[in-house]
Write a protein that binds this ligand. Structure first.
Ligand SMILES: Cc1ncc(COP(=O)(O)O)c(C=O)c1O
Length: 329
């Protein structure tokens, strides 16, 4: 509208994703269970496949570089099929709860960014879960040098002490509004709420003064991120653990009934939830989910401790997690 492209109204997105519980956010989400009951009320746009290397649909031997390019090409086909109506593409740079900390294969996000750019489609990064240092960079897109036009962040922005989220727009987007209507006609009662914003400022100061983005970096020496990575990766020898994956302070553990075939547990067993309950009884909070295989089957859980966690606390937490998994097998 602001630049006269009134035909563009579709937002493309990916399967196995989650962007929120309002009708608009659910419509672009791919999380089957969370959107199922609202389906008749939803506006449907195209969802494309997403690379998931542990269960790669291609027979690849190159760390998923080539199949990453094929998934990116799927976006290009969806944009072309939208016939000039695609306005944006929303994605989680690293998946959150739905798949459990799955990282994109090398080259994929760069290719996606290039495709959006070529077609004049806004690249919208949902960093509600991954932003504000959670993955060991300010934002997860920084790991893959993909510069979004719009970035959404929340959760860590106030470290959960107050409800706060932010939409960060690039100069291109801001300039389009400024040169168009000159206004952003989209408001809520609690926009820029002073208490929430004050909590966000305090958290940002603390992130900077304690260098917490670096502390969260799992690729750096002697950080909480690297200690967490090492401790969690030790779980790979547990029979029911199919994969441990993640970055920084955001990790996923995927469970399997058979390590070789990667067959999941029967859905009715609700294995991740059993592990979550066993963890809770031991004083450990994790985020259990189902649906990693196809949106319904498959169990995984998400681990996302604060960057101020100590090495002793990490060791204790991972011991509890191991014991909880073994207890449920
Ligand atoms: C990646 C992602 N996007 C969006 C949301 C929705 O955020 P909210 O529940 O604050 O609307 C979530 C919530 O968990 C999320 O993980």
């Amino acid at each position: 509208m602001e630049i006269g492209q009134t035909k563009r109204h579709q937002i493309l997105s990916r399967n196995q994703s989650y962007h929120g519980a309002t009708l608009g956010a659910l419509a672009v989400s791919g999380n089957r269970k969370r959107r199922e009951i609202y389906l008749p009320m939803m506006r449907e746009f195209e969802h494309i496949g997403m690379p998931y290397c542990y269960r790669c649909a291609f027979d690849c031997t190159d760390n998923c570089y080539n199949c990453g390019q094929q998934y990116a090409a799927e976006l290009e086909r969806a944009i072309e099929a939208a016939d000039g109506k695609a306005a944006g593409f929303i994605f989680e740079p690293m998946s959150g709860a739905t798949l459990g900390a799955v990282t994109p294969p090398p080259g994929y996000l760069q290719a996606v960014a290039g495709i959006c750019h070529r077609h004049g489609v806004l690249l919208i990064a949902d960093e509600v879960m991954t932003g504000m240092g959670r993955t060991g960079q300010n934002f997860a897109v920084d790991h893959w040098q993909a510069a979004p036009d719009i970035l959404i962040t929340a959760k860590g922005i106030s470290s959960g002490y107050a409800p706060l989220g932010a939409v960060i727009a690039s100069k291109k987007v801001v300039d389009a509004l400024a040169a168009g209507s000159g206004a952003f006609l989209h408001g809520f009662t609690y926009n820029a709420h002073p208490i929430s914003v004050a909590a966000g400022r305090a958290v940002l100061r603390r992130i900077r003064s304690q260098n917490l983005v670096h502390v969260a970096d799992s690729g750096a020496e002697g950080t909480a991120g690297s200690a967490l990575k090492k401790a969690l990766e030790s779980l790979r020898d547990v029979d029911a653990v199919g994969e441990v994956r993640g970055l920084g302070m955001l990790w996923g553990v995927e469970f399997v009934a058979d390590k070789k075939t990667k067959a999941p547990f029967p859905q009715e067993k609700n294995f991740s939830n059993l592990v979550g309950q066993a963890c809770l009884r031991r004083g450990l909070l994790v985020y259990p989910m189902q649906g990693s295989v196809d949106g319904v089957a498959g169990d995984h859980l998400l681990i996302a401790p604060p960057a101020v966690i100590t090495a002793d606390e990490i060791a204790w937490a991972v011991d509890q997690l191991r014991a909880a998994i073994e207890q449920c097998m």
